[in-house]
Design a protein around this ligand. Structure first.
Ligand code: ATP
Ligand code: MG
Length: 717
């Protein structure tokens, strides 16, 4: 190192410095969480720029999120200052792909001002195409085709590349044709979907030698963060670009590969040495982020995975506090307890709220915390998603409730009149507006009146009439059943549940879970009016954002980030690991869940608290849940377990430190209740709609029991 080396270089440890100074040839930095991979990659970029080894425009740096790109830009700015003008090509694969594509759009049949369409537009287009082919889009929904097309694009497959089996995957052999039609339609519209940004960029390089050579020449240095989560199309694109100069540096951690559901292939890490012979492999083992207890807990946990490269981590930081494992009685108590712990952090350590994160496995889990924090006036924000009551399906459901509660609520009526689609189009709605204005009545009254006149005709008239009859019957029900039951009726009878179920997508089951969570929230209210009052207060609070805030987010969104205090909530079988991973995935998806758990714990710098509840409530039914197997896998030396249950806790005296099976007595107790209770509601919500199916619950309880009786090696249920 030169004598006058800047502090940002001298502060790095020898292997990190190695990664910075080895600027020639391929480098793979493979290391665990918090070992300074991103820090070293950023320093490498700064080093290249500060020493003018390349112009900024000759450097390509890929980050996993736009936020990460912004942060890296800021850091580089602070490191190299004004010495260098301009910034490298820096951003996510998608943003860099878009940039490249705009420059050569005409070669791909587009114009440089092409639009990037969102998921809604994508679905609308696909639906038109499906219907134009005389295929029943109820049996073969657009959403399913969209999922398949995204998957093909993630693999770098154009329509011509599909195998017969791919083709069979949709509408009995129509997949390929529809995919081709869709691509043509997009070109005609001068538009790309998200997947095209990657697929077209790859094909641009593959099919145009001169362009490929230009970029191979141009990018003297390529840097990639979070390499373990690249998918095939991204990998192929990178490999082409780097093939000439081979100055490519990738950093990643196989233990943090958590996006296989989006086509990420951890095997890309293993291929690196083969693709780039002579690559320098750098291992980092010192962790600078977390205390020994946090690190010990995380390392012990991930040790239970069988498919991993394996690595050691150590730290010089002070021992710190053990990881807290807190068992609570139920969901509301979990939220209350986290609120109390946060207040304690504030008073004991003067922690700003920005140092605190709550990590959930599934979006719907945020609701309980949001309600509690609003109640106690704790400022929070949600990253990478909407606040619970802002989500589209929740707003739809609430609009139904509002129009039931208040016939004059025109906004609510407009929102639901054609949601789900029932053939009451814009023209029909316009007619209702005109009628309502002329008669001086609210929209819903006008609509009811119009169904008896000739103003409305055909399908719209029938649908509107059916809807008005339904609304009247829900209004009558509202007077005699609790709101949490009413919502289930409304969503089922309006066809809302059916539409989501027909989609058969991960996203749709997330929405169904959110709706069950809404029903759960409503159980605390006796009348519809009271509940809606609560919602308006919550929404009002949502308007006041900013200031010092606790962060609530999914573990997926937390990748690469760090917080002084981390709360990992809902660590129960069926929630985390998710029921879906237990039902469908076998060992591979269980191991991905475990990697997620590893990512969660390793976000913490000083304090990590894990919570699990003994009971969750859905549709008025209590279901008992078993603590996550991941809790049992945490090494006893690094954790401190406590129970804080407001009643009936004896069942939960799990002794974490004792060896043997901590679940046996729980599973046995649980099995006796099969049929009435069981931790299966998440799955019921995900796949069974609004009526939890008893045998599903029983089935699920059995699977939990059999899991408890098995040795670790074949945990996959
Ligand atoms: P992840 O796998 O979670 O993405 P990472 O390996 O990218 O983690 P970084 O985020 O780069 O790790 O670094 C973790 C923390 O350690 C950061 O706060 C960073 O500033 C600090 N750090 C990194 N390298 C050093 C070093 N050599 N000396 C002191 N602190 C360091
Ligand atoms: Mg990182």
């Amino acid at each position: 190192i030169p004598d006058n080396a800047p502090l940002w270089l001298t502060r790095l440890n020898p292997p990190q410095r190695d990664a910075v100074l080895t600027t020639d040839g391929p480098v793979l930095m493979l290391a665990g969480a918090g070992t300074g991979k991103t820090a070293a990659l950023t320093a490498r970029l700064a080093w290249i720029m500060a020493n003018q080894l390349a112009w900024p425009s000759e450097i390509l740096a890929v980050t996993f999120t736009n936020k990460a790109a912004r942060e890296m830009k800021e850091r580089i700015g602070a490191m190299v200052g004004d010495a260098v003008e301009g910034m490298p090509w820096m951003g996510t694969f998608h943003s860099i792909g878009a940039k490249m594509l705009r420059r050569h759009a005409e070669l791909m049949g587009l114009q440089s001002n092409f639009t990037i369409i969102d998921t809604d537009d994508q679905l609308r287009l696909l639906k038109q195409l499906i219907q134009a082919q005389d295929i029943d889009d109820k049996r073969f929904p657009a959403k399913q085709l969209a999922g398949l097309i995204d998957g093909w694009k993630n693999k770098g497959l154009s329509p011509a590349d599909l195998t017969p089996a791919d083709n069979e995957a949709f509408a009995n052999g129509k997949g390929q044709e529809l995919y081709a039609l869709y691509q043509n339609r997009l070109l005609a519209l001068n538009a790309c979907d998200f997947g095209d940004l990657l697929l077209h960029s790859l094909n641009l390089l593959k099919n145009h030698r001169d362009i490929l050579e230009h970029y191979q020449q141009r990018f003297k240095y390529i840097l990639v963060d979070e390499y373990q989560d690249t998918n095939a199309v991204q990998y192929l694109w990178l490999r082409l670009l780097a093939q000439k100069r081979k100055n490519i540096a990738c950093v990643g951690d196989d233990d943090q590969s958590i996006y296989s559901w989006r086509g990420a292939e951890v095997a890309n890490i293993l291929r690196f040495e083969k693709d780039f012979p002579g690559a320098k492999i750098i291992k980092l083992e010192q962790n600078y982020r977390s205390t020994p207890h946090i690190l010990g807990a995380a390392s012990g946990l991930i040790g239970a995975n069988s498919t991993r490269l394996g690595k050691t981590l150590w730290t010089e930081l002070d021992e710190g506090e053990k990881v807290q494992v807190i068992g609570v009685w139920d969901g509301p108590e979990e939220a209350r307890r986290v609120g109390e712990e946060i207040e304690a952090l504030q008073s004991k350590y003067r922690s700003p709220l920005s140092d605190i994160a709550i990590l959930v496995r599934a979006q719907h889990q945020t609701r309980e915390f949001e309600d509690r924090f609003i109640q106690i006036g704790l400022n929070y924000k949600i990253i990478g998603g909407f606040r619970f009551y802002e989500r589209a399906e929740i707003r739809d459901a609430i609009a139904y409730l509002r129009i039931i509660n208040q016939p004059a609520d025109d906004l609510a009526f407009e929102r639901i009149v054609n949601t789900p689609k029932r053939g009451i189009g814009d023209k029909a709605v316009e007619k209702i507006h005109i009628f309502a204005r002329a008669a001086g009545m609210p929209l819903s009254a006008a609509a009811a009146a119009m169904t008896g006149t000739d103003e409305m005709t055909g399908k719209a008239r029938k649908s509107l009439s059916d809807l008005m009859i339904q609304i009247a019957s829900w209004r009558e029900m509202a007077g005699r059943m609790p709101p949490s039951q009413l919502i289930g009726q409304v969503l089922d009878e309006s066809g809302y549940t059916d539409v989501l179920q027909a989609e058969r997508s991960v996203e749709a089951s997330g929405r169904l879970e959110n709706l069950s969570e809404l029903a759960r929230a409503m159980e605390d209210y006796e009348t519809l009016g009271e509940f809606l009052e609560h919602v308006s207060l919550v929404m009002d609070n949502d308007a006041q954002q900013g200031g010092d805030q606790v962060t609530i987010m999914t573990i997926h969104a937390a990748k690469g980030l760090e917080y002084k205090n981390v709360f990992c909530v809902g660590w129960e079988e069926g929630l985390f690991p998710s029921q879906r991973s237990l039902d469908e995935g076998g060992l591979a998806s269980l191991e991905e869940e475990r990697r997620l758990a590893y990512v969660a714990i390793t976000r913490a710098r000083e304090r990590c608290t894990i919570l699990h509840a003994a009971n969750r409530r859905i549709y008025g039914q209590w279901t008992s849940s078993i603590p996550s197997r991941f809790i049992a896998e945490l090494p006893a030396d690094h954790i401190e377990a406590q129970e804080s249950m407001s009643g009936g806790a004896s069942l939960w005296r799990a002794n974490w430190t004792e060896k043997g099976d901590p679940f046996a007595h729980l599973a046995a107790a649980n099995a006796t209740r099969a049929g009435q209770r069981g931790p299966g509601w998440q799955r019921a919500a995900a796949s069974g709609g609004f009526n939890p199916v008893p045998q599903r619950i029983a089935e699920n309880t059995r699977s939990a029991a059999s899991f408890a009786a098995k040795p670790r090696a074949d945990l996959a249920v």
